[in-house]
Design a protein around this ligand. Structure first.
Ligand code: NAI
Ligand code: MG
Length: 479
């Protein structure tokens, strides 16, 4: 018997989106030089939500000058406890406006309201609360008794967790006493612009936070600006490498949070039903647009058939559709470009000989959609085992011995995350010790906490975000 869920739509009326937005420079919204703008859409129905300003080099110059003046005249002179009060205020306003932010993020990103409401927005507020507490305790950040801020931070973020990535960047920067120029991704600028309003509401001194909307060229002007002391980037490995080249030989410090191809390792002694939930969460959370997604499933041969059968049954229950419906599990792919990339790699997977299966669900006519998909019989040399797909596509490989699991898991240019499913504590610890990944979850997946450092090895990036380690990257002598 199947039963249908009645629609349970969240109301879009809790958020008021203006027809157009300027750049946020020195505490005010201002038009871009030459008045250039670009539209931002809802990827679930392709409707235009608003028009935002396009920042060119002159606008970057203005924002960096505002951030520098705010740094020297105001922010670096405030007592640490006073800086902390602003962060607490921002955190509380984010909580008060949580429903509005959740709706806005869902409309602009395409991810389900259940996730923005329960993950993105509460975690964003938690990051500000956590770092507010750090502001007057910086001497415990691990960089000596008299820690000093860096100055102006240029921050560039992606579209998969727009407000959350903004919080990961802005909260530690401000707590450590820096000012910022931040650029949201071109497809998801709206929560960053609403955050600019939050800064106004919190009476944050003008120029401490500047938000520039634009594209890769805008980002590149920020990276190459001589008035910037630190670059923090989250996005593709390709752009991360470009940025590393641009910054090399300058005095700028740099943190990079890049791609991944996380191994999720299932031993035969794992609790299979719980593991299935973890696999689903690991790859289908946020449509698979997650740098630390468990996108390579490594299953011990003896339980392979049971895992795949149960996984397919569970995947058949994943509800794909209107992101504003509270019953929706998987929403829209963020952009037509990302959808094209997912389709291309999935097609390659079939051509290279892996077996493709999806849950066959109906997809809406408008917008960008992709069914939850798995490939079985994947081998290590295939592109779907090596490249980041950044979508709801799981590649399944098998292993016989724990050592083979380690060898296959580490056989990747990345090293961001991994998962281990086993009933045996000693096996979990042995496996974790041998994996080259920055974040390893045992019998769970995709758990985040502001106190826990996050980051990768190899092509997954440099440095950590979150916790004491992430904070120290915004202080002199930190990493
Ligand atoms: P991207 O790396 O091009 O974009 C991320 C941010 O960097 C955006 O704000 C963008 O405007 C900016 N940017 C682009 N070119 C730049 C440049 N030359 N200098 C400075 N900033 C620049 O990522 P994109 O094109 O959106 O996605 C491509 C692929 O990258 C995805 O399919 C996915 O595999 C991966 N990706 C990984 C992310 C992660 O969190 N690990 C996040 C986003 C994308
Ligand atoms: Mg790009």
């Amino acid at each position: 018997m199947t039963f249908e869920y009645a629609p349970a739509p969240e109301s879009a009326s809790v958020v008021n989106i203006a027809d157009s937005y300027g750049l946020f420079i020195n505490g005010k919204f201002v038009p871009a030089k030459g008045g250039m703008t670009f539209p931002t859409i809802n990827p679930a129905n392709e409707k235009v939500l608003s028009k935002v300003a396009y920042a060119s080099k002159d606008d970057v110059d203005k924002a960096v000058a505002a951030a520098r003046a705010a740094y020297t005249k105001v922010w670096s002179k405030l007592s640490p406890a006073e800086r902390g009060k602003y962060l607490f205020r921002i955190a509380r306003i984010l909580q008060e406006r949580a429903r509005e932010f959740a709706v806005l993020e869902t409309l602009n990103n395409g991810k389900p309201i259940r996730e923005t409401r329960d993950a993105d927005i509460p975690l964003a507020a938690a990051h500000f609360f956590y770092h507010a507490g750090w502001a007057d305790k910086l001497e415990h950040a691990g960089v000596g008794n008299n820690p000093k801020s860096l100055g102006v931070a240029g921050q560039i973020i992606p579209w998969n967790f727009p407000l959350l990535m903004l919080s990961w960047k802005i909260a530690p920067a401000l707590a450590a006493g820096n000012t910022v120029v931040l650029k949201p991704a071109e497809t998801t600028p709206l929560t960053a612009l609403f955050f600019a309003e939050v800064c106004q509401q919190a009476d944050l001194p003008p120029g401490v936070v500047n938000i520039l909307t634009g594209d890769g060229a805008t980002g590149s002007h920020i990276v190459n600006h001589p008035g910037i002391d630190k670059i923090a980037f989250t996005g593709s490995t390709e752009v991360g490498k470009l940025i590393a080249r641009s910054v090399a030989g300058t005095k700028k410090s740099l943190t990079l949070e890049l791609g991944g191809k996380g191994a999720n390792i299932v031993y035969e002694d794992a609790a299979i039903d719980e593991t299935i939930e973890g696999i689903v969460n690991g790859i289908f959370f946020n449509q698979g647009h997650v740098c630390c997604a468990g996108s390579r499933l490594l299953v011990q041969e003896s339980v392979h058939d049971e895992v795949i059968e149960k996984l397919q049954r569970r995947m058949s229950q994943i509800r794909v559709g209107d992101p504003m419906d509270k019953n929706t599990d998987m929403g829209a792919i963020n952009s037509s470009a990302q959808l094209a990339k997912i389709r291309e790699l999935a097609d390659v997977g079939g051509e290279e000989g892996a077996t493709r299966w999806d849950n066959g669900c109906e997809l809406p006519a408008k917008g960008f959609w992709f069914r939850p998909t798995i490939f079985t019989g994947v081998t290590q040399a295939q592109r779907i085992a090596r490249e980041e797909i950044f979508g709801p596509v799981l590649s399944v490989l098998t292993f016989r011995t724990p050592q083979e699991a380690i060898d296959k898991a580490n056989n990747t240019p990345f090293g961001l995350s991994a998962g281990i499913w086993s009933d045996k504590g000693s096996k979990v610890l042995w496996t974790a010790k041998n994996l080259k990944a920055g974040v390893i979850w045992a019998n769970t997946f995709n758990k985040f906490d502001p106190a826990s450092p996050f980051g990768g090895y190899k092509e997954s990036g440099w440095g950590r975000e979150g916790g004491r380690h992430g904070l120290s990257a915004y202080l002199k002598g930190g990493k």
